[in-house]
Design a protein around this ligand. Structure first.
Ligand SMILES: NC(=O)c1ccc[n+]([C@@H]2O[C@H](COP(=O)([O-])OP(=O)(O)OC[C@H]3O[C@@H](n4cnc5c(N)ncnc54)[C@H](OP(=O)(O)O)[C@@H]3O)[C@@H](O)[C@H]2O)c1
Length: 233
């Protein structure tokens, strides 16, 4: 049996890209996705090794199965794509909320559904949530909600897909991720609230993600990787 491919959905930037970089460096067949075909190709070339790319939009779930038709047997599947909204109750933007809820909860699920005939008993799936789940911030209305949905997805998929392993990783604030670039004041505030006095780094997330994807006894886990952000000081 071949090793099967590592599919990373949402890997043209940020944490998905770093997980894809790890597997590309380990000489695995990696398939990355993003919305724009040219960008996906550019990043696949940058990651090198046996990396190829597929363009798909998670907020358009009806088109996902077609986009993934050419992907082979899937050994590892990482669901990391996100397009955050800034949603509060006072200024609730319904369209932005629908896009994000669809992207994470329906889009992620449809990726798994579309690939079901290519998952094997020893495959594993890792879903990215985030600790806005426990720590709402101004504008996190939808993000907080969907990250709780990720745990529901893990439980449902673990039950439905057994013996395939499904897990969730919930990063805290990842200091060196592109999303937080330049937001020094906010980062300082979050750092002051961690027990370790530091913030999570992208490599910490890659290490934890790979452990969850590879360890055959980690099943249905919802792992916080937050440098101690969740604990009272
Ligand atoms: N960074 C953090 O501090 C942090 C903290 C907690 C949780 N997280 C979670 O970790 C995951 C990765 O976050 P990140 O900050 O690394 O992300 P990011 O840098 O914003 O990258 C997002 C990725 O998702 C893709 N994407 C965006 N909209 C998409 C759509 N509609 N359909 C398909 N792909 C789409 C982007 O590709 P294109 O733009 O090329 O389409 C890009 O590859 C997310 O699930 C996020 O919620 C991150």
């Amino acid at each position: 049996m071949s090793d099967g491919v590592v599919v990373v959905v949402g890997a043209t930037a940020g944490l998905g890209k770093e997980v894809a970089r790890h597997y590309a460096g380990a000489d695995r067949d990696v398939v990355i996705t993003g919305r724009d075909e040219a960008r996906v190709k550019e990043v696949a070339d940058e990651l090198g090794g046996k990396t190829t790319g597929v363009a798909l939009d998670l907020s358009r779930p009806n088109e996902i199965a077609d986009a993934l038709r050419g992907v082979g047997d899937v050994h590892r599947l990482v669901l990391a794509g996100v397009q955050r909204d800034q949603n509060t109750m006072r200024g609730y933007d319904v369209d932005a909320a629908i896009r994000l809820v669809t992207l994470k909860l329906v889009g992620y699920t449809e990726v798994v559904h579309a690939l079901m005939d290519r998952l094997r008993d020893d495959s594993s799936i890792l879903i990215f949530g985030g600790l806005a789940k426990e720590h709402p911030y101004p504008g996190s209305m939808t993000v907080t909600t969907i990250n709780h949905g990720v745990d529901g997805l893990v439980r449902s998929l673990t039950f439905e897909l057994a013996p395939i392993r499904v897990n969730a990783i919930h990063p805290g604030i990842v200091e060196d991720s592109p999303f937080w670039g330049g937001k020094t004041e906010a980062l300082d505030g979050h750092r002051a609230r961690t027990t370790t006095g530091r913030l999570v780094q992208m490599q910490d997330i890659v290490d934890a993600a790979v452990m969850m994807l590879e360890n055959p006894s980690i099943v249905g886990a919802e792992l916080r990787v937050d440098a101690g952000w969740s604990l009272p000081l």
